[in-house]
Design a binder for this molecule. Sequence first.
Ligand SMILES: Cc1cc2nc3c(=O)[nH]c(=O)nc-3n(C[C@H](O)[C@H](O)[C@H](O)COP(=O)(O)OP(=O)(O)OC[C@H]3O[C@@H](n4cnc5c(N)ncnc54)[C@H](O)[C@@H]3O)c2cc1C
Length: 73
Amino acid sequence: MLKMRVGDLLNEIVYKCQQMFGGYGFMEEYPIGRIYRDVRIAPIYGGISEIMKEIIAKMVIDEVEYKPVYKKQ
Ligand SMILES: Cc1cc2nc3c(=O)[nH]c(=O)nc-3n(C[C@H](O)[C@H](O)[C@H](O)COP(=O)(O)OP(=O)(O)OC[C@H]3O[C@@H](n4cnc5c(N)ncnc54)[C@H](O)[C@@H]3O)c2cc1C
């Protein structure tokens, strides 16, 4: 849940910041342009949001429990 929320929040925040920069925000030469491109991957590479929602739905509707797996050191 946290992973999905953080990915979405990152995109919302950076979108607004980029808007403030106007056209410059779109250019690779400015860090905000690069940040905008980089945060877009957050809801994809950590597991796409659609799958995160599927997992949450299983927990809420089907009462499936996911337990963390600890490895022995
Ligand atoms: C920079 C980068 C680093 C990565 N690092 C790792 C890593 O270290 N380890 C690792 O295991 N993987 C890694 N990945 C892979 C990453 O986990 C996958 O990109 C991610 O799981 C999405 O899979 P996909 O790209 O095949 O997209 P797809 O599965 O083809 O999904 C494309 C789109 O289809 C839709 N979709 C897909 N399935 C569903 C569904 N069930 N329900 C609804 N809509 C759906 C969604 O809109 C989704 O965004 C990395 C990817 C990138 C880009």
